[in-house]
Design a protein. Structure first.
Length: 316
């Protein structure tokens, strides 16, 4: 399942998109006009996350299943060798491949938005031949019997060493998923978790109901309470030129203050640490220190005025 950090990134991307499209949230937007558009953009970002996850699994399956295509093509050559007639297709029957094929519903009605349509068969062929030349693959097919541990091991190898280390595959991902750079680390974790424990992985709940609700609540609060948050931030900007403050920094601080005030199950210390990290990752080299200083002072003011109400249960 995706983490709160990933959700925060999606909300940040949504708010930034609004600015790019001419709806700066700092300038007193009419909420009734911007909120539906914002929710639509956020939903698109969340949908892209699910599509990217499926895209990665589809490619893993197709690389594994290409063994049968290879065997068929080689056996139909005009001059065949004994090696051509004995291509090992065990990888195509890998237990995890079978499971992924079922979870991805290969037999379902064609959908033009299905990420299987993004699979590049020439790239699959290239990656398959790269796989079969590896010592790991030769070790895998040397086992006489199917083994769940070995199936998992080779699937993880295909994902990490064959797919993610191929420049052509990364380019394909970047071309079709604009936030690949932001999502790649999360996808590495999600796919690894799925391959390690597929029966316990809730494939249909990649983004849980609770996480989805958190995303939209954070988005709405950041828009509804924008002006109020800026009023809390502005007195702390005496030594800073407002025009030189990075737009991302302002968005992140607004989101963080909303978490302080309107998300009682998220500890304030966790919120500050998370947004410092996001500022370091997505903004300027000085942003982490800047965001830390502003948020720490705002939080002190809010606590002094007893406006922070937190509960013991942490929203996961």
């Amino acid at each position: 399942m995706i983490s709160r950090r990933n959700i925060r990134v999606k909300v940040m991307q949504t708010l930034y998109s609004l600015e790019l499209y001419g709806n700066p949230i700092q300038d007193g937007i009419v909420v009734d006009n911007v909120l539906p558009a914002a929710k639509k953009i956020l939903q698109q970002h969340l949908d892209q996350t699910s599509r990217l996850f499926k895209f990665l699994l589809y490619n893993l399956v197709e690389i594994s299943r290409y063994a049968k295509t290879d065997a068929r093509q080689r056996s139909s050559k005009y001059l065949v060798t004994a090696e051509d007639l004995n291509v090992n297709t065990r990888i195509a029957e890998n237990l995890l491949v079978v499971r992924m094929t079922e979870d991805l519903q290969y037999g379902q009605k064609p959908d033009p938005r299905n990420p299987v349509n993004l699979v590049d068969i020439e790239l699959i062929k290239k990656l398959y031949h790269k796989l079969v030349q590896s010592p790991e693959y030769l070790s895998y097919i040397s086992h006489a019997d199917f083994d769940e541990k070995e199936d998992r091991k080779i699937s993880l190898y295909i994902f990490h060493e064959v797919m993610l280390k191929d420049a052509g595959f990364i380019q394909l991902a970047e071309d079709n998923f604009i936030h690949w750079a932001d999502d790649s680390e999360m996808m590495d974790m999600l796919v690894s978790n799925y391959l390690n424990k597929p029966p316990s992985f809730n494939f249909s709940q990649l983004i849980s109901t609770e996480k989805s609700a958190y995303a939209f609540e954070l988005l709405q609060a950041s828009i509804d309470k924008c002006d109020y948050c800026i009023e809390l931030i502005r007195p702390r900007l005496q030594n800073w030129d407002p025009d030189r403050i990075a737009s991302i920094d302002m968005l992140l601080m607004i989101m963080a203050i909303c978490e302080f005030l309107y998300f009682p199950t998220i500890p304030s210390k966790v919120t500050i640490n998370e947004y410092i990290d996001l500022a370091k990752t997505y903004s300027t080299p000085q942003s982490g220190q800047f965001v830390n200083g502003i948020l720490d002072n705002v939080l002190k003011d809010l606590n002094a005025k007893q406006k922070i109400r937190k509960t013991d249960r942490i929203k996961k």
